[in-house]
Design a protein around this ligand. Structure first.
Ligand SMILES: NC(=O)c1ccc[n+]([C@@H]2O[C@H](COP(=O)([O-])OP(=O)(O)OC[C@H]3O[C@@H](n4cnc5c(N)ncnc54)[C@H](OP(=O)(O)O)[C@@H]3O)[C@@H](O)[C@H]2O)c1
Length: 570
């Protein structure tokens, strides 16, 4: 069986002009049971009109394509070649004309899948006829039947659109590939319902696409008289076909400019942005405030207000302070109506910190351990994750210490106190900075806190079992270091309030990582869609993380689960 594979053409440029025909070429995966009967000869004349043919002839002459393709539909290859007026026009113009459509074997395979489901559905329909009204069994069987029917319709739709359009595109690419030339033009004649799907697929492999929709209009050379003879009517009338041409560039793409202050733009964030639906992600590296200003100016003035709504800036880089400075410049450079959405998430720290704090807040309430806002919290780690966690916690009302646990640091006490001053001046929060490079100092800090967050460098153990043995009272501990050895000894990646040491409940890096992932994805999706010039920072991330944990995202909110047998209704 031929494999379906759509890959870009190497070393060639392909331009495809999709010409929308006047009707949808009849096609079905499995022949419908009731015979296909055209209801109305005017609306279901599966043949191009004289006017369309004449337009097609002119178009070929104008464009001089290298080849022409058309969907095969339900026609045999013989019928396609011999009884097809468009094939005849192409032959006359000496342009190769090919059928392109889903492979016979693939079509048979999908048809058998659908057939199996149909048989089961019919069996259910028969069983339903014999069941007493209002019984629970009947209700559940109806639900099963409805699900099956929905699956059948979805499969049929997928076969007709996703699968078939992929094969059509593969056919076009294969024909282009087989040509010696490097600059190729193809005319593809398409059913109206497949124009968009085929266009998107072709664009995904860098093909330049234009669509032409010939619109028909009647033009009368003489005034019509109400009772005119048919012959007179025809003579007084002309059919005018005018093309409506749309090129690929007409729909503004979603562009994300990724401004990274590091020397390598993060592949993690780039992949996340594409997965969130951005059409293009443009990475810039080593971005300074000066560079950021130039990039933003250059980008926004090239787009009209509609394009600005589809433009987004994402600021990354390990150094949070640098990223914040870039954000300031980016926002100052924009003015109405050129205000694009801006996300700031330096090395994923804002979403990670927000996920960690929101998760702990939620877990403490669920474990009936009071409220996070009343707790004393120690944050081990002074990188961006630790800093933002400390800011969010202090804003919540917690008593917060930010701890440098780094034994290699020579200026520990001075560094900790300077950090405390910086957090106060720039972020308006009171956080005590502490240097704790020794086990004794760490135990002292742990004993003095109710909640401990570990946000230190990856692959370094910060809190050991010995230290935990010296711990008094119940604690909640969370760690974001997923690289072995984890930051806290005894904790596991997936822990979610597991008592991993007496009286100590742990939240592991993957539990937080999963929430962080959802959070970043939702922020990117929202920033792509909303176009209101919003800034997506750690405050926004914190609010959104809370919503995700409460299941308040719109789709999740709608979910209901009912099990069989149902409880009796009162
Ligand atoms: N799940 C995710 O998606 C995700 C995203 C981002 C980050 N993370 C994780 O979050 C953690 C923090 O990341 P970050 O970027 O904020 O900070 P980072 O730069 O990875 O770590 C900074 C902290 O580690 C300390 N440190 C460095 N070397 C040390 C050593 N040998 N012994 C003890 N401490 C040492 C630093 O000490 P000083 O205080 O002296 O500078 C600082 O407090 C990392 O484990 C990272 O992998 C996870």
């Amino acid at each position: 069986m031929k494999a379906l594979e759509i890959t870009p053409l190497e070393g060639k440029t392909l331009r495809v002009i999709i010409v929308e025909k006047e009707y949808s070429e009849p096609f079905w995966i499995a022949e419908p049971t009731n015979n296909y009967t055209p209801k109305n000869i005017l609306s279901s004349r599966f043949k191009p009109s004289v006017a369309f043919c004449s337009f097609f002839e002119k178009l070929i002459d104008e464009v001089k394509p290298d080849f022409i393709t058309e969907e095969l539909g339900n026609r045999s290859t013989k019928e396609f070649n011999e009884n097809n007026v468009l094939a005849q026009i192409s032959q006359k113009a000496k342009i190769p004309f090919f059928a392109t459509d889903v492979d016979e074997n693939a079509r048979g395979y999908v048809a058998s899948l659908i057939q199996e489901k149909k048989q089961l559905r019919d069996k259910i329909l028969k069983a339903l006829e014999e069941m007493p009204e209002n019984s629970a069994e009947k209700e559940y069987l109806i639900a099963y039947g409805q699900c099956l029917q929905q699956e059948i319709e979805e499969l049929e739709h997928e076969a007709k659109f996703t699968v078939r359009e992929s094969w059509i595109v593969m056919g076009i690419l294969e024909n282009a590939r087989s040509l010696e030339k490097t600059e190729i033009t193809c005319l593809h004649i398409s059913s109206p319902e497949h124009v968009n799907g085929v266009k998107k697929l072709l664009e995904s492999v860098d093909v330049d696409v234009e669509t032409i929709q010939p619109t028909k209009k009647l033009v009368f050379t003489k005034e019509k008289t109400p009772m005119a003879e048919i012959e007179d009517l025809l003579r007084s009338m002309q059919i005018q076909v005018k093309p409506v041409i749309k090129s690929s560039s007409e729909e503004a793409p979603y562009i994300l400019f990724f401004l990274d202050t590091d020397k390598r733009a993060s592949p993690f964030d780039i992949c996340m942005a594409y997965d969130a639906g951005f059409s293009v992600v443009v990475p810039y590296e080593n971005v300074t405030t000066d560079e950021a200003k130039k990039i933003v100016q250059d980008a926004i003035f090239s787009r009209d207000p509609k394009g600005i709504k589809r433009t987004c800036f994402f600021i990354g880089g390990k150094d949070m302070e640098k990223a914040e400075e870039v954000l300031k410049v980016v926002r100052e450079t924009m003015f109405p109506p050129f205000q694009a959405n801006t996300i700031i998430d330096p090395a994923g720290a804002y979403t990670t910190a927000a996920a960690m704090v929101a998760k702990i807040e939620d877990a403490i309430v669920k474990a009936k351990l009071g409220n996070l806002k009343d707790k004393r919290v120690a944050v081990f780690g002074t990188g961006a994750v630790g800093r933002v966690a400390a800011i969010l916690l202090a804003k919540l009302g917690c008593t917060v210490k930010i701890v440098s646990p780094n034994p290699d640091r020579k200026d520990g006490d001075e560094y900790a106190s300077k950090l405390s001053a910086l957090l106060r001046e720039r972020y308006g929060v009171d956080v005590e900075g502490v240097f704790a490079p020794t086990p004794e100092k760490k135990v002292e800090i742990i004993n003095d806190a109710d909640v401990i967050l570990c946000a230190s460098v990856a692959g370094v153990r910060i809190i050991t079992k010995d230290m935990l043995e010296a711990v008094k009272f119940v604690k909640v501990m969370a760690d974001v270091n997923a690289v072995p050895p984890l930051g806290v000894e005894g904790m596991k990646l997936d822990d979610d309030m597991r008592e991993f040491a007496p009286g100590i409940f742990g939240i592991g890096p993957l539990t937080i990582g999963r929430l962080k992932y959802k959070l970043e994805r939702e922020i990117l999706k929202e920033a792509r869609r909303n176009g209101k010039g919003t800034v997506y920072n750690y405050n926004y991330a914190m609010e959104l993380a809370r919503k995700i944990l409460k299941g308040e995202l719109p789709a999740a909110k709608l979910a209901v689960t009912v099990s069989y047998p149902p409880k009796e209704r009162k």
